[in-house]
Design a protein around this ligand. Structure first.
Ligand code: ZN
Length: 345
């Protein structure tokens, strides 16, 4: 099985906690399939759909005890490993980085999954909202810098306005503070318009952009991304469901590769979008990517990963040693049935 990697995965704290609690109490979890149907038929594409992601909280924050936290992080990483990922970065917003012993709890979960899937590695990334009150943002940055010493790998920045040019003054300070602490930096930008891509790509310290789906509307942006060596985290299912592209065939993934821009794949919000990293690779193959192209995506992910040099060396050795079969049996069956957009997970 081709080894995969997921560089763009949000913790989905409440949906994931709901899944864990539902399993614990033998009840049915929230019905995201119906939620998706409503979203895609009743909400206009773009930011309006994106905002709906943070409107449903099927499990309460009070239930997120340390045990439940480890269980839900294990659930997210195990789902990724089971879908063929050898390396997964999990993003934590919702002030999770402020949680006492956050990194030791994360490592507990990683170890549990690695015990079942030998060679699997994971890192934690903190999502920071640049529009938060300065005191709260400063506290989160201070906590990220402290957690960096315990193994936090990077930060993920989000800014508003998302679809028109934003002010990046605070963003630049956060990038400097993060890189000074040895943290990698990725930024969400360019999902529903080409706004902010140039500003973000030009910030020293930013090595990855989440989405950048609209970069090809301006060929200069593709040249800029290539020249800056920015890796694009492409989340195909997310782009389809939120309407960043009208159809899979319209997705610019191949244009990125043709422009010598490294691309890695991500699941974004896999519970809410009903996807796995396996399914994302399958969609990429449907865009005409060959086995070696798909393997390149995994290598790109490792090159751009916010993990240690030693872990990267080990991951590259594992990818080199893996048999070159692209799809797991489950996905191969899905391809044959032609039911590519309904992974049913
Ligand atoms: Zn995202």
């Amino acid at each position: 099985m081709l080894l995969k990697a997921d560089l763009h995965l949000h913790q989905e704290w409440s949906p994931r906690l709901d899944r864990v609690l539902a399993r614990r109490h033998s009840r049915v979890p929230f019905d995201w399939k119906t939620w998706r149907e409503t979203l895609t038929t009743q909400v206009p594409p773009g930011v309006a759909r994106l905002q709906r992601l943070s409107r449903v909280f099927p499990a309460p924050a009070e239930a997120d005890t340390d045990d439940a936290f480890v269980e839900r992080v294990t659930d997210a990483l195990e789902e990724s490993a089971a879908a063929g990922s050898c390396y997964t970065e999990l993003r934590f917003g919702h002030d999770t980085v402020m949680r006492p012993v956050f990194m030791p709890l994360f490592r507990q979960a990683e170890e549990k999954v690695a015990a079942k899937y030998p060679g699997f590695r994971a890192e934690a990334v903190a999502s920071l909202l640049l529009w938060q009150e300065p005191e709260r943002l400063d506290a989160a940055i201070a906590e990220c810098r402290r957690a960096a010493a315990e193994g936090l790998a990077g930060v993920d920045l989000l800014n508003v306005p998302y679809s028109s040019e934003a002010d990046w003054q605070t963003g630049r300070k956060v990038v400097d503070a993060a890189t000074d602490a040895g943290l990698g930096v990725t930024v969400h930008a360019g999902e529903f318009s080409s706004a902010n891509i140039a500003a973000v790509a030009c910030m020293d310290g930013v090595t990855r952009i989440g989405h950048a789906t609209h970069a090809p509307t301006d060929p200069w942006l593709l040249e800029l991304l290539a020249a800056r060596g920015i890796t694009i985290e492409v989340c195909l299912t997310a782009n389809l469901i939120l309407g960043a592209v009208p159809t899979l065939a319209d997705h610019p993934l191949r244009r990125f590769l043709d422009a010598n821009i490294p691309v890695a794949l991500g699941t974004d919000n896999p519970i809410q979008f009903g996807t796995t990293i396996d399914h994302e690779y399958t969609l990429a193959s449907r865009l005409g990517l060959s086995e070696s192209d798909l393997s390149r995506l995994t290598r790109n992910a490792i090159d751009a990963a916010f993990t240690t040099p030693d872990r990267k060396t080990a991951l590259r050795a594992d990818v080199d040693a893996a048999p070159a079969s692209v799809l797991t049996p489950h996905v191969a069956a899905t391809v044959e049935s032609g039911d590519l957009c309904s992974p049913g997970v």
